[in-house]
Design a protein around this ligand. Structure first.
Ligand SMILES: *[C@@H]1O[C@H](CO)[C@@H](O)[C@H](O)[C@H]1NC(C)=O
Length: 433
């Protein structure tokens, strides 16, 4: 549909007339106020606790997905389902372009919650220890804000509830589904337990590392531990493999090009007096550039196989990319950085918008950024001046629910402002999704 002349004239007038126009600053404050309303806050807390009690692992988020769809139904928001397995993609706004994406990850971790409280995980061995229950809730909160103000939206917000962030690379499948084809930009957030509540943290360019996993089986020949000359000892071989892997970063990588190799798994043997047949080791590696990542991957394989051979063992190396795809580095779009800082300043105050250093964690949000300009940021939730809160992926992790209105308002304001800005820059933009 082409915008008629009088509509664009009215739009133009509304930009010129400060009484009619709602600046992004007003919008930000309205949105935050709405998210802080008692009934909205209580609703978000309720949703979050329900999801927290029923944690589900990557690609198994059936009940979480159903809860999301029920809430979207109640709000009258249309959605597509299934996307990438259990994923849900909602649409709020004019139904026409431009399109802007907001993303939340849905999956929990395979660990036992150790926090004793009323809404503790009801599933043994599974826990929302990375705050994804909060991320989903904040996106539902943003959806409610946007739906309430949908007459102000100059385009369509695409709400991406994505499965399997924890290693599964759900974002890759969402991209491959094609549903984001006409999306012009996408925003994602992560809770930060140690950073102050009411502040956001990010940077332009590379913010998190590329990440991969490896597993190797080192095979020797088992036998009596007291007669080693009749065996080929895979424990000693694997031990040397672990040590040699550490030399890749310390001796082969540029000290200014940060990289990590960690062997986090070492399994073999079961008795004091038996040399086992084989040992399995596994771990992760991180690098910020594609070239360093590729180099590291190749050298990991060479070192494991070569060092095993030194000890008369054989080794096979598996990068398990079928169920744990390599994550690219998370790289924030430079143009969106300025935009983000302005909007975040309007929502939270300029003093609460902080720059951060990159770190070697990884995020599958990077798959979106490979195809669309994307921006990822952290949102603080610590309001305890004395205690040091448990970190992400700790069985003692606790989400501070006071973060929910901030995250919901931030996401909603980013999306709404992005649409107004791009509509005023390209008023002819009317792609179908
Ligand atoms: C290693 O592989 C070779 C070739 O398949 C085989 O001959 C040898 O027995 C293997 N060594 C061990 C320790 O498994």
């Amino acid at each position: 549909m082409k915008m008629s002349k009088w509509v664009s004239t009215i739009l133009l007038l509304s930009f010129l007339n400060p009484i009619i126009s709602k600046g992004s600053s007003n919008l930000a404050q309205d949105f935050l106020e709405f998210a802080n309303k008692n009934e909205v806050f209580e609703w978000m807390v309720g949703v979050r606790r329900k999801i927290h009690e029923k944690p589900e692992l990557g690609y198994e988020e059936y009940e979480t997905s159903e809860m999301i769809r029920k809430e979207l139904d109640k709000m009258g928001i249309l959605y597509e389902y299934p996307v990438a397995g259990t994923g849900v993609v909602g649409f709020v706004g004019s139904g026409e372009g431009p399109f802007v994406g907001l993303r939340a990850d849905m999956d929990a971790l395979p660990m036992q919650e150790m926090v004793e409280w009323k809404h503790k995980s009801k599933v043994d061995g599974k826990m929302h220890a990375c705050g994804h229950d909060g991320h989903v809730t904040m996106l539902l909160g943003a959806a409610k804000i946007l739906k309430q103000h949908s007459h102000l939206l100059k385009g369509t917000v695409v709400l991406v509830f994505q499965p399997a962030e924890e290693g599964g690379g759900g974002a890759k499948l969402v991209v491959e589904s094609g549903i984001l084809k006409n999306v012009k930009a996408i925003f994602g957030l992560h809770v930060a337990p140690e950073q102050p509540l009411g502040q956001v943290f990010s940077r332009s360019g590379t913010i998190m590392a590329g990440s991969g996993f490896f597993e190797a089986v080192i095979t020797g020949k088992g036998g009596h531990a007291a007669i080693p000359q009749h065996s080929i000892d895979p424990i000693l071989a694997a031990s040397n493999v672990v040590v040699s892997l550490q030399h890749l970063v310390s001796r082969e990588a540029d000290p200014l090009d940060s990289q990590v190799i960690t062997v986090a798994k070492f399994q073999g043997g079961g008795a004091f007096n038996v040399i086992p047949d084989s040992v399995t080791i596994g771990g992760t590696f991180r690098a910020f550039s594609k070239a360093s990542f590729t180099q590291l991957r190749q050298r990991i394989e060479e070192v494991i196989v070569g060092q095993a051979t030194v000890h008369r063992c054989n080794a096979t190396v598996d990068f398990a990319v079928d169920n744990k795809p390599f994550f690219p580095a998370t790289i924030n779009d430079a143009g969106l950085h300025k935009f983000f800082q302005n909007v975040a300043g309007d929502v939270l105050g300029v003093n609460n918008v902080k720059e951060m250093l990159p770190f070697t964690g990884a995020e599958d949000f990077s798959f979106y950024q490979e195809v669309i300009p994307g921006y990822f940021y952290f949102i603080g939730m610590n309001n305890d001046k004395n205690g040091k809160p448990a970190s992400l992926h700790s069985p003692f992790f606790q989400l501070n629910e006071d973060v929910l209105p901030y995250g919901a308002a931030m996401q909603a304001t980013l999306a709404a402002t992005y649409l107004s800005d791009s509509q005023s820059q390209h008023p002819e933009n009317h792609d179908e999704l």
